[in-house]
Design a binder for this molecule. Structure first.
Ligand code: ATR
Length: 277
């Protein structure tokens, strides 16, 4: 797609930013649909974040995705937050409408989309255990509860962080549906999701063992490098269904694309771009 005077600008802000895969999948989708946009990686100095957001308002930026370390830091500089982003307390998508900035969070819904598109599965009425209680876990947990899981266990290395997440979730969903699990019996769950970085470019797994895994289980990882972490490889060997982290990355991108452009994005098209990397 040629860049002309009418080309609209999108991007992703972060620090560091050189590792991001978003420009590839977003530009491929934009060009496939013949939309006159360009999506660029933007390295922002943390101290200059407010200036960058002021610049967005003042220019023909249609919007930006937000990645580490800015997902929480952008909040005070926005005019409005979508309800999901407000509850999670983090934003991964900012849309600029004539200088008015609205923040959204598509991470959790992206995870739900990946399960639907890749495995034709819903989480409703399922018992789900999250490993980890950081930013990614927050987004996924809110989506899981909104989608009607029957129980959500949170298992984390640091108890206080797991408790803080459960306290935040219980404001909206009550105390019985989500609880901290200090030593979960994983056999009791339908779906187990690793939201920690453990397994990223290493052979570690985020829990002591996977002896309990049965073919009825679904194990998911948000790590996507490698595509099949040891956590997923061991689960697959035991006959369980698995879902890697590419799906969530694509799903959040599909939903951001739709917020930016108002056009439907093709999940499978964008996923293929990343798988072919
Ligand atoms: P993100 O925003 O990507 O979720 P984060 O907010 O730093 O990142 O959260 C990372 C999560 O992975 C946390 O739950 C963290 O556990 P702690 O709360 O105990 O720090 C978890 N985590 C990171 N490294 C880990 C490791 N080596 N073993 C177990 N858990 C780990």
């Amino acid at each position: 797609m040629a860049i002309t005077g009418k080309t609209k600008i999108l991007g992703v802000i972060g620090n560091p930013i050189s590792h991001t895969a978003s420009p590839l999948m977003q530009n491929a989708m934009l060009s496939h649909l013949g939309l006159s946009y360009i999506y660029i990686p933007i390295l922002v100095e943390p101290k200059q974040l407010n200036h960058f957001l002021t610049a967005i308002r003042a220019t023909n930026f249609v919007g930006v995705n937000v990645t580490i370390p800015f997902k929480e830091q952008v909040l005070p500089f926005l005019d409005e937050l979508d309800e999901t982003a407000r509850r999670i307390g983090a934003v991964n998508t900012i849309v600029n409408r004539n200088g008015y900035l609205k923040g959204y969070n598509t991470d959790g819904a992206g995870f739900i989309m990946a399960l639907d598109r890749d495995l034709q599965m819903t989480v409703s009425h399922k018992r789900v255990c999250l490993i980890g209680a950081g930013g990614a876990a927050h987004a996924i947990a809110f989506s899981l509860l909104s989608e009607g899981v029957s129980f959500l266990g949170i298992f984390n290395r640091t108890h206080t962080r797991a408790k803080a997440l459960v306290d935040q979730l219980s404001i909206y969903f009550g105390r019985t549906l989500c609880q901290v699990q200090a030593s979960p019996d994983f056999l009791d769950y339908d779906i187990i999701i690793n939201t920690t970085p453990v397994g990223m470019a290493s052979d570690e797994i985020p829990i002591p063992n996977l002896d309990w895994v049965r073919p009825t289980h679904l194990l998911c990882d948000i790590v996507y490098k490698p595509l099949k972490t040891k956590f997923l490889a061991l689960a697959e060997k035991k006959g369980a269904k698995i879902c890697n982290g590419i799906g969530m990355l694509v799903g959040q991108g599909v939903l951001s694309f739709e917020l930016f452009t108002g056009q439907k994005a093709d999940y499978y098209f964008m996923k293929k771009i990343l798988e072919d990397l």
